[in-house]
Design a protein around this ligand. Structure first.
Ligand SMILES: C[S@@+](CC[C@H](N)C(=O)[O-])C[C@H]1O[C@@H](n2cnc3c(N)ncnc32)[C@H](O)[C@@H]1O
Length: 208
């Protein structure tokens, strides 16, 4: 069992309440419209689904991808219990996932209109390369939103967050989006002591 498989057993109980306003802000920043296709990577237990699904409606598509079977099991259960037939969850590695993988999972060719990376950039290995790869999956004219935590100099709480999430919140991860996106913006979101640093949201569009 991998670390996040174990974490999945108490992830929602430990974290869901802590990120509600930030998930709402992310969904708003995605500028979602009915029928859009959204790639949520890493989707974890699907906590962002609650905010994305209503905005894309029954004709939209939300593909949640994660590497942890435990996290995916929770995400699938969330979709199933809410009767969200527009949600597909699949196992995939952010380093290697392809459009062909996504298309195979949903059973038809996929164009990614929106890319959501929520608490992923501080966890992915080789985060700069991983971002470049995920950006390549986004359709021209598509939009990317990232939310994560930053603390340049770790305090006790920051070290705890890094330890418990297997993360590195010292990464200035927004820089990779800033370098390639049109209409790039970064804002700080409400942050609590428990976050270990400042929660930020970065957004921008892929040139058409
Ligand atoms: C802190 S959790 C965030 C999950 C979710 N986005 C959320 O907001 O709750 C980080 C997630 O990244 C996943 N992950 C780590 N490395 C990955 C990779 N290379 N490819 C896909 N998922 C990965 C973990 O399994 C875990 O579910």
């Amino acid at each position: 069992m991998g670390y996040y498989d174990f974490f999945s057993l108490y992830y929602d109980r430990a974290l869901e309440e802590l990120y509600l306003p930030q998930r709402e802000a992310a969904a708003e920043a995605l500028k979602l419209e009915p029928s859009m296709t959204v790639l949520d990577l890493p989707c974890g237990t699907g906590q962002s689904f609650d905010w994305v699904v209503p905005a894309i409606g029954p004709t939209g598509r939300l593909i949640g991808v994660d590497l942890s079977a435990g996290m995916l099991k929770k995400a699938s259960a969330r979709a199933w219990s809410n009767d969200w037939s527009q949600v597909t969850t699949m196992s995939g590695d952010a380093r290697t996932l392809s459009l062909a993988d996504l298309s195979a999972a949903v059973g038809e060719p996929v164009q990614v209109d929106r890319l959501l990376i929520f608490l992923g950039m501080t966890v992915f290995p080789d985060w700069r390369d991983v971002f470049a790869h995920l950006w390549s999956l986004l359709a021209p004219g598509g939009r990317c939103v990232m939310v994560d935590c930053f603390k340049a100099k770790l305090g006790f709480q920051g070290r705890m967050v890094n330890l418990s999430a297997r993360a590195d919140i010292r990464r200035p991860a927004w820089e990779v989006l800033e370098a390639v996106a049109e209409g790039y913006e970064r804002v700080d979101l409400p942050s609590r002591k428990e976050h270990g640093g400042t929660i930020w949201l970065a957004s921008g569009d892929k040139p058409a």
